[in-house]
Design a protein around this ligand. Structure first.
Ligand code: NAG
Ligand code: NAG
Ligand code: NAG
Length: 798
């Protein structure tokens, strides 16, 4: 009773403390002296219909953007902004001064931004229903309007004159000017261009209207068509055409941060947008987009569509995906367009120690880095070409095809799909050998730790005599190994990964009799390996339809097989035969963390701490120590298994990639489980290792409190554990979280520390979440834990 009362009191307190919701002023025209101040909630002037608002939106903790946005839909999509590269703090003010000036200033009164006014003083300001914000003089003539000064978006009824441009944002959540622009040149050509970042001058164009001398203005007309006209208003070229009328659909066209110009529509009376938290990418359908394939963007100077040393792949939604070649990783996983770096020491150019034997060439099908060859040879064999690259310390990639051999050096630029795959050219990327064969073991000398993409490309091995040598060297060590011609290649040197036949696994599982669990993509069965002293295994059978392409399957499986850490479930072998894809793992005798945690009896606190630590260490290994960074994408108690000493063992890692689910963003394809899924899955933000950090944060809270993140049986304010835990933390009532848990109550300092770590992990802004390495350090006490901000202070502004 007393407990319930204190819950109630803390709830009431919370309600009282909650900031007032949105502060909107009336839609009348704003007269001299009016102002808006950045506050905890959006403050704005709405247009008469309420469709648009002008005001402050909080972008990240403490950072406000003066902007115009769609105000009637749950995602307050920004269409114009003033201070993208200079967010202002709370208390900043935009004011139409008594003397007719319009100024954005910070709380100290320092001027941050001011429109370039034309002509006379401003008499009033108005947010119009078209999305145009105007500053008008006494005679109602506009002295400034947002429609004449667009950022990255244009709206119906807006036009663009010669010289005006839409500049892409730097990234999805960063409103600074970025790397691409849509510009109507003074000469009359309309173009999509890369920018010589960090300057704002154009670098190269990747689409041109070819209307030099004739192009006059770009029109986004009332019916939702975008076209280029000449001076008489005749249409020279249609740019995009809408999928719906402006009566029924909100519309906008955006120069996106990844170089694609897209027109979006959004149903005005949509009721079903809130089921996926009302995110734009779900609701807007891209009706038209330019260019058709931005990945083919090739520059004479610059990196191409993606950063240096990376390559671009077009997703199903025709947006680009930037990827690193094998042996390379992102310079900044949160900013993938920044490019990739080599994960190994480059080859020595010392004549006395050429290191030729330390390197190997890995084949990358269907990728090319056109332009920038530094050497070209004709009439040569592939072996000659390979040797020429291995012997040359400058060579990082060699392209071979029809006797031609093109050498390329770092940084690689214009990485794109091979445009003419039929001609049989192949890219061979040079990487240091050891780096590709071993995942570094925990405790290995971290100074010399070389991270690199692990991969064995079977065809490379098959086509070189090295393979035969390796086979000779290692083959005999595989007591399982059966000389089966078709199954030859999956035996991977240096690794105890066994290739099973389907028949063997059917036998081991007695015809897939005892099911241990099943999910959307696979079913797991218990099995016994007769050949290995009745060794218990878990056999995971992947659904047939998920995957085709043997080569990739084997490559991914070898990457998973090469991981080795005491907090991971070890992969023992696999079967890739015809339509059958199976994975064979160690059997875990104590089941999953879910049954341990949410069972009938209260599990031991210290065991829970060990499980939390083990899980964090395993994840940190997958993210940072393993040569190919592995994002798990589905951390939840069902995927943490317990071995016979109750040590946490992460299972199912690598499957996201194996099943090609990692970048799928459709509602049905979202990998991960409700409640554990980081918010960026629902936005078109890059999915990075930070999604696992988020899920781990939720898992940690569940471990602390021994309850599920979502529990419909609880009172409303306690239903979502993450919210309740933050409330308890804020109100300094952490003991409520571990009520009835004597051991934890006597360890409150740790409870508090772990809750703080968990809150850091579940920050909405991925960049605020710590890395798993840091999480481990914090849990182990090597690093202090600072007071976390509220998890959702990032607000839904993106
Ligand atoms: C507000 O400003 C707009 C644009 O200048 C003008 O068309 C409209 O008449 C004004 N409304 C009022 C009530 O003054
Ligand atoms: C946005 O990106 C730019 C360019 O990298 C960077 O300088 C700036 O700090 C970023 N802004 C924010 C708010 O992260
Ligand atoms: C807009 O442009 C399209 C395509 O040129 C045309 O069919 C339509 O009639 C135009 N609508 C208006 C309102 O001008």
């Amino acid at each position: 009773m007393a407990l319930a009362l204190s819950y109630l009191l803390s709830f009431l307190l919370l309600v009282l403390l909650l900031p007032y919701s949105t502060i909107a002023q009336t839609s009348k025209n704003q007269s001299l002296g009016s102002s808006l101040t950045a506050q905890n909630k959006d403050t704005y002037w709405a247009s008469p219909s309420g469709d648009f608002a002008f005001g402050f939106q909080q972008i990240r903790k403490g950072g406000y953007l003066l902007a115009i946005w769609f105000n009637k839909i749950s995602e307050k999509t920004i269409v114009w902004s003033a201070n993208g590269d200079n967010l202002v703090p709370i208390g900043s003010k935009v004011e139409l001064t008594k003397d007719g000036q319009f100024v954005l200033s910070d709380p100290t009164g320092k001027e941050i931004w001011k429109p370039g006014l034309v002509g006379t003083e401003v008499a009033y300001a108005a947010m119009l229903d078209s999305g145009n914000f105007v500053l008008a003089s006494q005679d109602s003539r506009s002295s400034w309007q947002s429609f004449d000064n667009p950022t990255d978006t244009i709206l119906p009824t807006q036009t663009m004159k010669k010289g005006s441009k839409l500049v892409a944002h730097y990234s999805e959540g960063n409103f600074s000017n970025g790397r691409f622009q849509f510009r109507l040149q003074m000469g009359g050509n309309l173009s999509l261009e890369t920018i010589a970042f960090p300057l704002d001058s154009p670098n190269s164009d990747y689409w041109l209207s070819g209307t030099e001398g004739n192009g006059f203005q770009v029109v986004f007309n009332q019916s939702g068509s975008i076209y280029l006209t000449d001076i008489n208003g005749s249409i020279l070229q249609n740019i995009t055409s809408s999928a719906g009328s402006t009566q029924d659909f909100y519309q906008r066209a955006v120069m996106e941060y990844d170089g694609v110009f897209i027109q979006y529509v959004y149903p005005k009376n949509s009721t079903n947008t809130s089921n996926i938290a009302g995110r734009w990418p779900m609701a807007w359908s891209s009706s038209t987009l330019m260019p058709p394939n931005v990945c083919l963007l090739a520059e004479d100077m610059g990196s191409g569509a993606c950063g240096f040393n990376s390559y671009c792949k077009l997703r199903d939604n025709r947006r680009p995906e930037c990827l690193c070649p094998r042996g390379y990783s992102f310079i900044d996983p949160d900013d993938v367009m920044k490019g990739c770096k080599q994960d190994f020491q480059p080859q020595s150019c010392d004549e006395a120690n050429p290191e030729t034997d330390q390197f190997e060439l890995i084949e990358m099908p269907n990728v090319n880095w056109p332009k920038f060859d530094y050497a070209h040879f004709q009439g040569q064999t592939e072996d000659w070409c390979r040797k020429a690259c291995l012997d040359d310390c400058f060579c990082s990639v060699v392209i071979f095809g029809s006797g031609h051999c093109w050498k390329k050096k770092n940084p690689l630029s214009n990485g794109m799909p091979e445009q003419n795959p039929s001609i049989g050219t192949k890219a061979l990327i040079k990487i240091r050998k050891n780096s590709t064969l071993q995942c570094s073991r925990p405790g290995a000398d971290s100074k010399n730790k070389v991270r690199s993409t692990l991969i064995i490309i079977v065809s490379v091995l098959l086509s070189s005599s090295v393979f035969l040598n390796l086979l000779f060297l290692f083959g005999f060590r595989f007591k399982f190994w059966k000389p089966n011609v078709l199954q030859l290649y999956p035996v991977i040197p240096g690794m105890n990964l066994r290739s099973f036949t389907y028949e063997e696994l059917r036998e081991a599982t007695s015809g897939f009799k005892e099911e241990l669990g099943s999910g959307a993509f696979a079913t797991v069965y218990k099995g016994v390996l007769q050949s290995e002293d009745r060794y218990l295994v878990a056999v995971k059978r992947l659904n047939n339809r998920v995957r085709e392409g043997d080569l990739e399957f084997n490559a991914e499986v070898s990457a998973i097989g090469r991981t080795n850490h005491r907090n991971l479930v070890q992969l023992l072998g696999f079967c890739n035969e015809g339509q059958h894809r199976l994975l064979v793992y160690e059997f875990m005798s104590n089941g999953s963390l879910a049954s341990f945690l949410f069972g009938d009896s209260l599990p031991n606190w210290y065991q829970r701490i060990q499980i939390a630590l083990g899980t964090a260490r395993g994840l940190s290994y997958l993210h940072e120590e393993c040569s190919s960074q592995i994002i798990h994408c589905d951390i939840k108690p069902q995927n943490i298994l317990l071995d016979d000493s109750f040590t946490a063992r992460i299972s199912d890692f690598g499957l996201a990639k194996l099943l090609k689910l990692d970048q799928t963003r459709t509602t049905t394809g979202i990998r991960g489980t409700k409640g554990y899924v980081a918010p960026e899955w629902f936005r078109s933000m890059p999915v990075t290792i930070k999604v696992d950090v988020y899920s781990f944060g939720i898992l940690l809270l569940e471990l602390i409190c021994c309850r599920k993140n979502f529990d419909a049986k609880e009172q409303e304010d306690l239903m979502i554990l993450a919210d309740w835990a933050y409330d308890c933390f804020k109100d300094m009532k952490l003991e409520l979280l571990v009520a009835n848990d004597e051991e934890a109550i006597h360890d409150m300092k740790r409870v508090e520390k772990y809750v703080m770590i968990a809150i850091w992990c579940i920050q909405e802004d991925p960049s605020l979440r710590p890395t798993m390495k840091k999480v481990v350090q914090m849990m182990e006490g090597a690093v202090e834990v600072s007071v976390p901000p509220g998890p959702s202070s990032f607000i839904s502004s993106i």
